[in-house]
Design a protein around this ligand. Structure first.
Ligand SMILES: [Mg+2]
Ligand SMILES: [Zn+2]
Length: 224
């Protein structure tokens, strides 16, 4: 069976959560409380981001300089190559900010990925987010991953979701296979979501090596 990947970005593809690192570096005191209210589901992503940006002191140049320090999972580009070889579509579903994602991917020469994220707007060096993929039925997400997954998935494919955090809670119930780490792993354990724990993308590549496309033996098809 062919596969289709939906990936979280912050802390999943990158070694650390870029939004969290950026906010903790550039926001004036008060950001922790806003962040924890978001984690508890008391604040939508849009309200949370705009409240954080009200406490934010950095220019585009300083943001870019900070983004240059961000590193991807050591095996992410190898993972993309495997997906490319098998023709498995890869979608990035992020409740973070598109500018950060595109900047980091560009640095790694990663192009042609389908990216769904909140738009970070720069108005004379004051920043805002615009939630382009908001779902009117959901009052929490900026980018509603659950709705996007349903909209983008191909029902003939096995749907695989990979994530690490709070913004992956709803969507992980919708995938056929889940890879989780950190907070999301804990969430899956506590909520009976069948998931595979992963450390880095090498684990997912190994899994793919064991579960690749159908092999034909004596006219019978074995689907792994
Ligand atoms: Mg994350
Ligand atoms: Zn949602």
């Amino acid at each position: 069976m062919s596969k289709m990947f939906f990936l979280d970005f912050d802390g999943t593809i990158t070694k650390k959560d870029v939004v969290y690192a950026m906010v903790s570096k550039f926001c004036r005191p008060g950001w922790q409380e806003i962040g924890s209210r978001w984690e508890q589901g008391l604040l939508s992503t849009e309200d949370c981001a705009n409240q954080l940006f009200a406490l934010f002191d950095a220019s585009t140049a300083e943001i870019d300089q900070f983004l240059d320090t961000i590193v991807l999972d050591n095996y992410f580009t190898a993972f993309l190559q495997v997906c490319h070889n098998h023709n498995y579509p890869v979608y990035i579903l992020s409740d973070g900010y598109d500018h950060l994602i595109r900047y980091i991917f560009k640095k790694y020469a990663i192009t042609n990925l389908n990216i769904y994220a909140n738009k970070m707007v720069n108005r004379n060096e004051r920043f805002f987010i615009h939630c382009v993929y908001k779902n009117p039925q959901c009052d929490k997400c900026g980018t509603c991953k659950k709705e996007l997954l349903h909209r983008l998935k191909n029902i003939t494919h096995q749907i695989i979701y990979v994530g690490d955090g709070h913004s992956d809670k709803c969507v992980c119930h919708e995938a056929d296979i889940v890879f989780a780490k950190n907070y999301l792993w804990q969430y899956c354990l506590e909520n009976n979501v069948r998931a595979n724990h992963f450390h880095d993308f090498a684990d997912i590549i190994n899994w793919l090596n064991k579960h690749t496309t159908p092999t034909c033996i004596n006219n019978s098809t074995i689907i792994n």
